[in-house]
Design a protein around this ligand. Structure first.
Ligand code: FES
Length: 115
């Protein structure tokens, strides 16, 4: 069915939910959802979410190390760090940002909207 003309259909946003408190501060976890999964990071009481694939190669960022002071995550493969605020790489070899997803708390759940 056509959605009103030419062009590709746009997928609606997907919500990915996880129970709050399953992550300790400074930890990252992979969640299923979106084209590459979601890397959910907790720093203190703040949660951050980004696509779980490094922009340099097909590597899961959720397996990297969280830098709580710089609010960033380091790719384990070649060491690029990515800002959890905007997904931009802060050092080489990665040069392209990774998508960042909005996160909200609903009751005892963390909800990530994957667009
Ligand atoms: S795969 Fe992440 S920096 Fe190379």
């Amino acid at each position: 069915m056509s959605a009103g003309g030419a062009g590709a259909a746009v997928d609606p946003p997907e919500e990915v939910r996880v129970v709050a408190g399953t992550l300790a501060s400074g930890q990252a976890a992979h969640l299923d959802g979106g084209p590459h999964g979601v890397c959910l990071v907790r720093i203190g009481d703040e949660y951050h979410a980004l696509a779980d694939r490094c922009s340099h190669a097909n590597v899961a960022l959720s397996e990297g190390e969280v830098d709580e002071d710089d609010v960033a995550i380091e790719c384990w493969k070649h060491g690029s760090t990515f800002s959890l605020a905007d997904g931009r790489p802060q050092c080489l070899p990665a040069t392209r940002p990774v998508p960042v997803y909005p996160v909200r708390v609903e009751g005892d759940e963390i909800v990530v909207t994957v667009k």
